[in-house]
Design a protein around this ligand. Sequence first.
Ligand code: FAD
Ligand code: DHB
Length: 389
Amino acid sequence: MRTQVAIIGGGPSGLLLSQLLHQKGIDTVVLEKKTKDYVLGRIRAGILETGFVDLMREAGVSDRMDKECFVHDGAVISFGDTEFSINFKDLTGSHVVVYGQTEVTRDLYDAREALDGKIVFNTDNVTIHGADTDTPFVTYTTDGTEHRIDCDYIAGCDGFHGVSRQTIPLTVRREYEKLYPFGWLGVLSETPPVHEELIYACSDRGFALCSMRNENLSRYYIQCSLSDSPEDWTDAAFWTELKRRIPAKYAERLVTGPSIEKSIAPLRSFVTEPMRWGRLFLCGDAAHIVPPTGAKGLNTAASDIHYLYNGLVQFYEEADREGIDRYSEKALARIWKAERFSWSTTNLLHRFPYQNEFDLKMQRADIDFLRDNREAQSVFAQNYVGLPY
Ligand code: FAD
Ligand code: DHB
């Protein structure tokens, strides 16, 4: 098989790139390790920046999103006995939208299938060859048969555990990582959200987040121990703990119900540099991970896709390599800022095992400054709604 861009990974990054390139007549093949149902079953992000929404529009896949998404002009922050709202609209003129990653992925699969886009599922042993030459190719097996795709470029969109990043030699690749001493236990329930805005809460018992997908689908998270497993938490225990961590007025009106999904995600900050090696480009979780506080994971994947898509179009339409040559530099400049925001918001709102009295006072001073200072809120809001591409 031959294609212009071989895309490894059929998550949101790979699908969005494939769909965008299709709009410009650039041919792609997407290789996905799992089944479509498996990919659609993963409950992950829920908050999209307007930059992401614009890319979905440019890709021609925004009809359902435009109808069903919810615009959020602000969010609530609570810390012990203090609570305040940050109004993104007043502070930045912008907003975020609530539309689940599952829905984004479903819309992208539907669009690729309607246009006969080539997506190969259940691929094993995906291997990248000659990424540092002018004749790269990818091999993989399905049902025990080996296949080969020759291509001009390879987009590594295969997430944190994929093969693309590992293909870049350690003499070239540099990785930066920070692990946090806790995870997030997430619950999805068919109950109305406790409040119209998201609530980011820090209490003596740890962090909690009240989020949502629609009027009757809520997503809640609590900070938990890394040694916990979802089975350790009954629904009743989850709701009791959540109520203890959010302000009483919300706890009193929280509607609880059976969980329809429960999972634990460890928290990690991670960046690999460079994001390009020869004809291989890394995008999304394959290149970087943020802790989820601040909802930047999926949104940073989208900004990578924006830079790579535009670089590839510039190459194919104008024979100009400037965009692809500067891909890594442009993507990383934005990534590091999103890493900083996610790291600082995580530090601001979680309980750490080694915090002493002084550390707690510093955290409280940070919160009080944010509550009382419009400029500090403006900085938070600019980061939350998404830095410009
Ligand atoms: P992925 O979604 O990981 O997609 C990569 C795809 O590549 C997968 O489908 C995988 O099966 C496939 N793949 C892997 N290896 C291979 C291979 N060798 N060959 C072929 N295919 C391969 N972000 C937020 O903003 N908010 C959240 O609440 C949030 N929660 C999260 C919870 C969890 C458990 C995780 C893991 C992430 C979460 N994120 C969240 C982050 C967000 O979901 C990711 O940033 C986003 O999924 C990145 O998209 P991606 O396409 O780059 O990677
Ligand atoms: C969600 C996840 C986040 O990490 C976040 O900051 C906000 C919302 C969510 O899954 O809804």
